[in-house]
Design a protein around this ligand. Sequence first.
Ligand code: PRP
Length: 173
Amino acid sequence: MIVGKPLLSEDEIQKRVRELAAQISADFEGHELIAVGILKGAFMFFADLVRHIKVPMTIDFIIASSYVKDSTTGEVKVYYDLREDIKDKNVLLVEDIVDTGVTLNYLRERFLEQSPRALKICALLDKRERRIVDVPIDYKGFEIPNEFVVGYGLDYDNQYRNLPYISIFKKSI
Ligand code: PRP
């Protein structure tokens, strides 16, 4: 198995992360936020994003997964749930990638049932070609082609998450 050519460099990612954080800071000026990272994939993006957001916030996480290696099972499992009460709060849900949209759509509906004041979604990567379920993305980092990517939190079989850049991943034959 090989990690192919870089798709997004560390510099490109960090520049875009700061832009997204500035936009979120402006939109939520004067308000408090609960920022929720969707683990595992969003851990690196989430950590970089929140350190540049300038409004008061609390942090929470949810662990959800539907993929085994490079294929979605179509069924989202939640392994660790929110600890914060989000009723009447401004919530920012942070995801690394929207692919079929199944994960985010499931979590969005789960969150909306808890009656937040506002629910906004921030995703670093949008692989639109693969979308099955339409889900709104309020803050988007990059649109990417229909290639399997790893790095900056994204994995193949739980590996490569630690890379500071994003690369196209090819399985060797
Ligand atoms: C990945 C990624 C998103 C989801 C996107 O998570 O982090 O949560 O898949 O795919 P979808 O739009 O087709 O639902 P995964 O299930 O691989 O778990 P992980 O975050 O632990 O890597």
